[in-house]
Design a protein around this ligand. Structure first.
Ligand code: FES
Length: 128
């Protein structure tokens, strides 16, 4: 046995549980899950946009943005851990960007919005 551990182990075992004193401030709830956050569904259809070649875009991946399909920074407060997908198209083009946020080829629509789990899911509505 390691002498240092045997010196401290009895103290750890004997620590009694003490409930917080009456009137103590309760700690805020903490998100304990390690699972990645899931996006909300702002639209069940793709969004047609005209992109300018060489321009930088940030596609909203969390679904909370009010500027769909692009990011407005809402993920910083409403979907911490999620970030927008930044991309630069090579040339001017008209494309269909995913509005359901569940595509397998972001930022583009791949038809996932037609699947039952999207069709039957509730649309996200802004609280304020
Ligand atoms: S809108 Fe998301 S896959 Fe089509």
């Amino acid at each position: 046995m390691i002498p240092l551990l045997s010196k401290f182990q009895p103290r750890w075992r004997s620590l009694p549980f003490r409930p917080p004193p009456a009137g103590a401030t309760v700690a805020p709830k903490v998100r304990l899950s390690t699972a990645p956050p899931e996006p909300v569904i702002p639209s069940k259809k793709p969004i047609k946009v005209e992109l300018v070649g060489g321009k930088r875009y940030a596609w909203c991946s969390c679904g909370h943005s009010r500027k769909q399909p692009f990011c407005d920074g809402s993920h910083k407060t409403r979907a911490q851990g999620m970030t927008p997908l930044r991309f630069v198209p090579e040339k001017d083009s008209t494309v269909w960007l995913c509005g359901c946020k569940h595509t397998s080829s972001p930022p583009y629509c791949d038809g996932t919005h037609k699947q039952d789990f999207i069709v039957s899911a509730p649309l996200h509505e802004h609280a304020d």
